[in-house]
Write a protein that binds this ligand. Sequence first.
Ligand SMILES: [Zn+2]
Length: 278
Amino acid sequence: MERHQNPSANIPKWSALLIEAVNKPGLIMKAYSAFHSYSLGNQLLAIVQCQMRGIQPGPINTFPKWKELGRYVKRGERALTLCMPITRKRRDENPHEESNGEGTFTSFVYKARWFVVDQTEGQDRPPRVIPDWDADRALPALDVTMVPFDSADGNCQGFAKKRQIAINPVAQLPHKTLFHELAHVVIGHTLEADFADTEKTPRSLREVEAEAVAMLCCEALNLEGADYCRGYIQNWLYRGTGFDADAIPEKSAQKILRTADQIIRAGRPTMAPEASER
Ligand SMILES: [Zn+2]
């Protein structure tokens, strides 16, 4: 798997994690069911580390948080690395920082400070329930309106215009189409053009982005459609000369993971305190 430039970090790039999810059906579902309170990118980061080290995936917390919960990290266990946002006052120009317009900046750093329940011992933990996802909650939270489907094109599965989407009432994979159209809006594609999606998704980077978001959402939430998306993305990656894992740019991978995360979070009930960490 391709790593970040910094050799000491040994952390896979987001595009490499995404390709891993494309090529290993079931990986996202496993990651989501174990780590659903974390961002999708961190879920993939955590599951890949668990697999490399033979750790059983499960709830994760920092050392002090486990202590608070009556559990202790076992002797000799190494912490998992996750990516966390750090907000601080502006100091100097740094191209890796995102401005929020208030004189503060968010930068992302990798820290090794999380342990999976399997790496700890102590008091039993109550079983956790995976929160359900509801489109009626997600749409208003994302500021997206569902409008009646009025396309005369029988092949059209759905469309996205500005902040409106429509899904063909007889769409073959309605959830997949819903996530795909939502992705076009949330990523910002609809600021540039309208999208009418037929059964055959055209080959373009924007379509790969929307389809990858749909794959992540369908598989995490165990809804039909992930296989179809996976096929499209694999086909995109396998062009003429062979498999090209670099065909999805790192920037697109970040957008895809962030958007899928936003859509999933928007459709869940307001979090219980335990699940509010990233
Ligand atoms: Zn599309």
